[in-house]
Design a protein around this ligand. Structure first.
Ligand SMILES: NC(=O)c1ccc[n+]([C@@H]2O[C@H](COP(=O)([O-])OP(=O)(O)OC[C@H]3O[C@@H](n4cnc5c(N)ncnc54)[C@H](OP(=O)(O)O)[C@@H]3O)[C@@H](O)[C@H]2O)c1
Length: 312
């Protein structure tokens, strides 16, 4: 596919943190349709539709009506703790919902990019590339791994892109890690951040650019790791975040994963290696300081309003 041609994108999970930013990035460049489930949102230049991924007939009917050329499948139950608590719902949305998308795409000849996660790995070694064997340690990771397998075994024109923990501006509906950090520090609240959990955090607008490239130029059946270049723990990330947004550093407190009980087990180091993505597409997301500086320069969304719990 040609990078210059305007495509008709359908973004599932357009009301979520990643999907919302995908809408904002793509809407000036392509025709954009997006879905929400329980949070009706609006963004000028983007056509929003309500959809429940667990309803096969509704998914098939909506996709046949919109007739996108590409689906970016971002919708998911994305909170590991929630997935652990309600396994059957997690399976319905993350696994069966993905199957419905693939069936519709197959029937209509549509390309699908399945957005997966670094949490398919067990976190024992870090620096995972596309040849490393996934071994999820929580149910969220398991359902995302199953979604990947469905894509790779599907006759649909589909590919899988694993992304990492994201930061950027949200829409105030589904709360990301950086939305929570921004809201807490703005309110002058002390935040406790893990100093022993490592991710290669990525600026979500760079992820949007990478997903566009993979959608337009990636080969069917392939798997890509789209990641920022720096392995960093959450405390260290918080310190850079605080310094760029001028928050007092003494609001940050170091903690360890073992000190904070959680329903879903958390892997220690799921840093990804993005060399293959770079060699194939000539694109690598920015490092943390540059990404946060770009975020600080960009327009702030309505973060801080209506926070209802945190996703990944
Ligand atoms: N955010 C990250 O740091 C991160 C990291 C790695 C991978 N990912 C992956 O990126 C994707 C997006 O994550 P995110 O953080 O943007 O998630 P999110 O903010 O929690 O948003 C989830 C989206 O899925 C939609 N959804 C939930 N249940 C649905 C259903 N039954 N039918 C249709 N839509 C439904 C939600 O709609 P409503 O809100 O309208 O109900 C929302 O738009 C996920 O696939 C996740 O695995 C995210």
């Amino acid at each position: 596919m040609n990078d210059q041609k305007k495509e008709r994108f359908l973004i599932t999970g357009g009301s979520g943190f990643v999907g919302w930013n995908l809408c904002n990035y793509l809407k000036g460049r392509h025709e954009v349709f997006a879905t929400y489930y329980s949070h009706p949102v609006n963004s000028a230049g983007c056509n929003f539709l309500q959809i429940d991924l667990t309803s096969r007939s509704r998914v098939l009917e909506t996709i046949a009506r919109v007739k996108p050329s590409i689906i970016l499948h971002a919708a998911a139950l994305s909170s590991p703790d929630l997935c652990e608590k309600d396994r059957s719902r997690a399976r319905e949305v993350n696994v069966m919902g993905t199957q419905h998308i693939l069936d519709a795409a197959c029937a209509c000849g549509i390309r699908v990019v399945y957005i997966s996660t670094d949490l398919v790995f067990d976190g024992e070694t870090g620096n995972y590339d596309e040849t490393c064997k996934p071994r999820p340690i929580n149910y969220y990771g398991e359902t995302k791994r199953e979604g990947e397998k469905l894509c790779r075994n599907s006759p649909a024109d589909s590919l899988v892109v694993r992304i990492t923990l994201q930061y950027g501006w949200g829409n105030g509906e589904n709360v990301s890690f950086s939305d929570w950090l921004m809201a807490s520090l703005t309110a002058g609240k002390q935040v406790s951040l893990f100093a022993d959990q490592y991710r290669t955090l990525t600026y979500v607008m760079d992820t949007a650019r990478g997903l566009e490239l993979a959608a337009l130029q990636g080969s069917a059946g392939n798997l890509y790791h789209l990641t920022g270049p720096e392995r960093i723990d959450r405390y260290e990330f918080g310190s850079i975040f605080a310094s760029i947004f001028n928050f007092p550093l003494d609001l940050l407190k170091k903690s360890l994963m073992q000190d904070v009980p959680a329903r879903a087990p958390r892997p220690k180091d799921v840093s990804l290696n993005g060399d293959r993505f770079f060699s194939q597409f000539g694109f690598r997301p920015r490092g943390i300081r540059e990404g946060l500086a770009a975020m600080a320069k960009s327009v702030q969304g309505p973060s801080g309003q209506g926070f209802k719990g945190s996703s990944e």
